[in-house]
Design a protein around this ligand. Sequence first.
Ligand code: GRF
Length: 208
Amino acid sequence: MIKTVVLLSGRGSNFKALLEADLPVTFTAAISNRPDAAGLEYARARGIPAIALDHKHYQTREEFDAALIHAIDGTGADLVILAGYMRILTKAFVEHYAGRLINIHPSLLPMFPGLRTHEAALREGVKIHGCTVHFVTAELDHGPIIIQAAVPVLPDDGPDSLAARVLAQEHRIYPQAVRWFAEGKLAISDGRVNVREDGVSQWVLAAS
Ligand code: GRF
């Protein structure tokens, strides 16, 4: 079983979806930079170590990320999953976990990197929006794409209704991506990810 650490900062619904997906991984810890993150409760409820590492106690981003690496590697983790982790990562951190650090982003990357993606999608008037699971590289919200899901943008959508439609798909594609990783099926070449499995789809089109 692949040893996996989840980093989160808040609600933790993606972490919950991963826990409920019965994946072939062992969660060795959930770590949050916010001690009060609701998502840590899902770990506690399952007897998974829940670690709070408050970034406010560190002088620099480099010091904090070094402590984070220490905590993650202390669990023997092979894979690091970002699930609503709201901190910019240092280059040293990203390089340390190259090829085994994945993230979910609430847009169809490379469109709408950064925050407030649903507002941006509505502002631009796009008719299709979605979410992306990708390997993390030093460039924010870039990196080889593992799987994407697309949803329609409806005429009366606001940021909340659109976010909810996207989130339902996040909960679907993140477990799929982690399963592929755990089964050793992901191959990266020329910055692109392929799945070593016949007939598998790396996209989801959700009607609603
Ligand atoms: C999700 O929308 C995810 O795509 C983004 O942060 C949000 C986290 O939500 N990176 P949750 O904490 O998993 O509920």
